[in-house]
Design a protein around this ligand. Structure first.
Ligand code: NAI
Length: 271
């Protein structure tokens, strides 16, 4: 159904700016929102409204009549707890209340940092399934775990369908050795959005947001519900970034990489 609009939060961010033109080209009517102005030319059929995710009434108004909310807005890096709290916790509540009222589905841009303290696979092929325990590696990652659980609550109690995309590293290209495992291309991300919008039924789903990377950390998830398979691979960048490792034993041990090592005050594991 391409007649009912789609609300995209975080539209002015890196992923929002990649998704907006792709979804507009696929024929979706977009309502874009962000606290920062949209820096590009508006794609066809799209409108932009500047809004703070902390402002509940405005988020409700923006979602009116929408079939789906693609929730990419908020703090996207590790920050002090008080900075994360408003946009990522209260803002998420506003998004879910709006979805409940509009009977809209939600795609939540979650993160590998919700599970970042799982160790990287030891090369024995043992991959992490999406129903693993949350092991957040930061206040940021904790806010993503909370967001996924908010989706769990709103599905169980209100039937709000939601897909929680645990994005690895979504940038134009992998930038270091870890991203040979975690990279998600913009094209795979855009294709996933289209599958999400077209899927007949989702329930509460968790999907690893990574391209078809042979060095992946991640195994089973709920991608069958939307019929998505990634097509790109980070492997073609191995020659360029394969040698870029941090040398820090904490960073290299855990899936969350550098986020696990930030402000780390336990004794460091031996390398
Ligand atoms: P970004 O930082 O470029 O975009 C986030 C946007 O949210 C920004 O445009 C910012 O202005 C907006 N925002 C921040 N506070 C706000 C508020 N109070 N009200 C309204 N808007 C606010 O980040 P990026 O890379 O585009 O990521 C998008 C989403 O995907 C984020 O939720 C991020 O946590 C998630 N993600 C991204 C990954 C990546 O590799 N790019 C990895 C894992 C998760």
């Amino acid at each position: 159904d391409k007649t009912r609009p789609v609300l995209l939060t975080g539209a002015s961010g890196n992923l929002g700016r990649a998704l907006a033109p792709a979804l507009a080209a696929a024929g979706y009517r977009l309502r874009l929102t962000d606290i920062s102005p949209f820096p590009d030319a508006l794609p066809e059929g799209a409108a932009f409204t500047k809004a703070d995710l902390n402002d509940g009434p405005t988020i409700l108004r923006l979602a009116e009549g929408c079939q789906a909310i693609l929730h990419f807005g908020g703090i996207s890096t590790e920050q002090p707890f008080e900075v994360v709290l408003g946009p990522n916790i209260r803002g998420l509540y506003h998004v879910y209340e709006a979805a409940r009222r509009e009977r809209a589905r939600v795609l939540f841009a979650s993160s590998n940092h919700a599970i970042g303290f799982h160790e990287r696979p030891a090369g024995n092929g043992e991959l992490l399934d999406a129903d693993c325990a949350f092991r957040p590696d930061s206040f940021y990652g904790l806010s993503k775990a909370y967001g996924e659980l908010m989706g769990r609550l709103y599905w169980d109690k209100h039937g709000v369908e939601n897909l929680n995309l645990r994005i690895g590293s979504s940038f134009p290209e992998p930038a270091d050795a870890r991203m040979l495992s975690t990279w998600l291309s913009y094209a795979d991300l855009a294709r996933l959005m289209e599958r999400f919008l077209a899927a007949p039924r989702i329930g509460h789903a968790v999907v690893w947001g990574a391209s078809k990377n042979p060095a992946t950390y991640w195994g089973a998830d709920h991608r069958d519900r939307i019929g998505w398979e990634p097509e790109d691979t980070a492997e073609s960048f191995r020659g360029k970034v394969g040698g870029k490792v941090s040398g820090d034993p904490v960073t290299e041990r855990y899936q969350g990489g550098g986020y696990t090592a930030m402000d780390y005050t336990r004794d460091k594991p031996s390398p």
